[in-house]
Design a protein around this ligand. Structure first.
Ligand code: NAD
Ligand code: DAU
Length: 337
């Protein structure tokens, strides 16, 4: 089977390309990626020489390149490409609107033209925020309530995907996943930022009171969930994917990483909060467990240990991204003074 993967040079996309080719070695992968600041071409350096892997540099908003790529016999689209960083969406909402909404629409139009199976990668952030210290979780029927320009753009893209199912019969599925972590994640995101700061002798910056809760999932477990939905999921359905069984606050997480890296609490600093910061995310993934027999395979402790080790051993991969990310954070802080 020929598969178009958009955003395959990003964090989850590159993990998915490697995962899929290891499990389906006879498939052909076409990776369409614009190579924005968030991409790292080195993430797939071990795959580049695989004759089943093809890279196309291009923008998902460019219908010409999208149609040309798809007309080479693509049967399935797995759509990862997006602007993904909440802090950047507060700084430049328009680029999120363009890629996440207009770009997704461009891919949907092309999928409709060739009547292709379409799987959309989305996020738990479309559901809004939950209160602390509550047993509440997001399920597939939770009403959408996005609160940042990023989550608003992802919510809009999800609605377009479902609209193409209902209006045009496009065979679609969606996965709404919680926070991923693991190898090849940009050091602008929280877990790799903490690890790389500590490697550099810098402190961990904790936004606000640090009591925010995310539902962390190891990236290859997300890849397994996407595979389950692509191969066994019901057309026209969405599936929630999450990782943790109990809440872990950002401060708890910082403590875990400090311990693994043999550092003390003096390495934590509280910094001004993110505007509109969502308090808590927690996913109910009963549906994908019951219907598709998926559940996370790694414990949080195993995943975090593996992640710290990976960043300790792969400085050559993250160093250029780290310089860019910390420049962004300095600009952002200056613009808020
Ligand atoms: P990422 O920021 O690491 O990578 C995004 C990739 O998309 C990059 O390679 C970038 O070059 C590419 N891209 C961006 N704009 C493009 C455009 N206009 N045309 C073509 N390519 C473009 O992202 P990620 O963290 O791997 O997230 C992938 C997908 O998963 C996104 O749709 C995101 O919303 C979703 N998601 C992410 C998480 C998470 O925790 N990282 C959780 C749930 C859902
Ligand atoms: O929930 C899924 C989402 O997870 C994805 O859809 C997004 O693409 C992805 O970026 C991620 O969004 P978050 O905003 O939750 O991730 P981030 O790593 O930016 O922040 C995680 C938590 O850590 C959040 O509560 C903010 C906090 N934080 C983050 C950074 C970068 C800090 O306290 N300090 C930091 O330096």
């Amino acid at each position: 089977m020929k598969i178009l993967i958009t955003g395959g040079s990003g964090f989850i996309g590159s993990n998915f390309v490697r995962f899929w080719l290891s499990r389906h070695p006879n498939d052909e992968i076409y990776n369409l990626d614009k190579l924005t600041y968030a991409a790292n071409p080195k993430s797939l350096s071990d795959i580049e020489s695989n004759p089943h892997y093809h890279f196309i540099k291009g923008d998902i908003c460019d219908s010409k390149i999208v149609n040309e790529t798809i007309s080479s016999g693509i049967e399935l689209i797995v759509h990862f490409a997006a602007e993904t960083h909440v802090d950047r969406s507060l700084d430049d909402p328009l680029s999120f609107l363009k890629t996440n909404i207009f770009g997704t629409h461009t891919i949907l139009e092309a999928a409709k033209k060739f009547n292709l199976r379409f799987h959309h990668i989305s996020t738990d952030e479309v559901f809004g925020a939950l209160p602390l210290d509550s047993p509440e979780k997001f399920c597939e029927t939770t009403p959408y309530d996005p609160r940042s320009p990023y989550s608003a753009s992802k919510a809009a893209s999800d609605h377009f995907v479902m609209a193409y199912y209902h209006s045009f019969g496009l065979p679609v599925t969606i996965t709404n996943c919680s926070n991923n972590y693991g190898p090849y994640q940009s050091p602008e995101k929280f877990i790799p930022r903490m690890i790389t700061n500590l490697i550099d002798g810098q402190k961990i910056p904790i936004y606000g009171d640090g009591l925010y809760v995310r539902d962390w999932l190891y990236v290859t477990d997300h890849c397994r969930a996407i595979e389950a939905v692509i191969t066994k999921g019901k057309i026209g359905q969405s599936y929630n994917v999450g990782g943790l069984v109990k809440d872990v606050s950002n401060l708890d997480l910082a403590q875990i990483i400090l311990k693994i890296m043999s550092k003390d609490e003096a390495n934590v600093e509280h910094v001004p909060d993110r505007p509109g910061h969502d308090r808590r995310y927690s996913m109910d993934w009963t549906k994908i467990q019951k219907d598709l027999n998926w559940q996370p395979s790694l414990t949080f402790e195993e995943g975090i240990m593996a992640t710290v080790k990976w960043y300790q051993n792969n400085e050559i991969w993250w160093r250029p991204m780290k310089i860019e990310a910390e420049e962004f954070y300095r600009r952002l802080a200056a613009s808020r003074k």
